[in-house]
Design a protein around this ligand. Sequence first.
Ligand code: GUN
Length: 283
Amino acid sequence: MEIISGKDLAMSIKKEVAEQVEKLAAQYGRKPNLTVVLVGDDPASVSYVTGKGKACAEVGIENKTITLPAESTEEQVLELINTLNADQTVDGILVQLPLPKHINEERVIDAILKEKDVDGFHPYNVAALWEKRPCILPCTPKGVVKLLKSKNIEISGKRVVVMGRSNIVGLPAAKLMLDENATVTIVHSRTKNIADVCAEADILIVGIGKPKFVKPEFIKEGAAVIDVGVNRDPETGKLCGDVDFDACAPHCSYITKVPGGVGPMTIACLMENTVECFLSHVK
Ligand code: GUN
């Protein structure tokens, strides 16, 4: 069994991005800029946004985080997006999700210029992904593919099971695995015999938001397991994944940990995406 360190791989990606940013700054006279919009003060969101800002500082990407009060109206958020869309010094716009309940998330995502959509959440980018056209790839699934490839884990022809069907993780992860020529199954809360289906997977990708839900009976001996979950362990209060790591790890060929697995890769891919957005419109 080998633990795949997302932390180490993310560091080497960020080093490459930092070198690229330096060259771009010399070539174009300015650095890529990522502007993050946070509405409200949800502690998890604040922590994610802080992590993104820290990564920007590491790689030399300019970062501005705009915090709006939780009571902001949808119109105020849309107005801010429009201003950022028009601002030539802003290359990437990231609206931290979830938004307060009174704000329509879809309307806000739709308002972001697709060229500045660093998350790859805009319907144009989502459709482009499913049609295999050039697009901004969503950061978390992009990071998952990089983790697998970093260990030369064969994907083509393999059985991949994706647990969870969210727009952010499950659906795009399944599509990226399909593009790598895997045979892909998506399982979810209504799936019958979920453990049996998962136990057929050569590669199991889990993003369901249930602490330590995945037990050894979900794992085929020698499978590679990627844990996208970020939860609080109800017993210890510590950060934990969707996979019961201690119980499952002995049965895996490769497995990621939480923290230090997919999380840092999401942020590293966000840095790459910001450079991609910069290059798409810099003059
Ligand atoms: N909330 C949880 N994950 C994400 C993400 O990848 N991007 C944004 N914008 N919000 C999130």
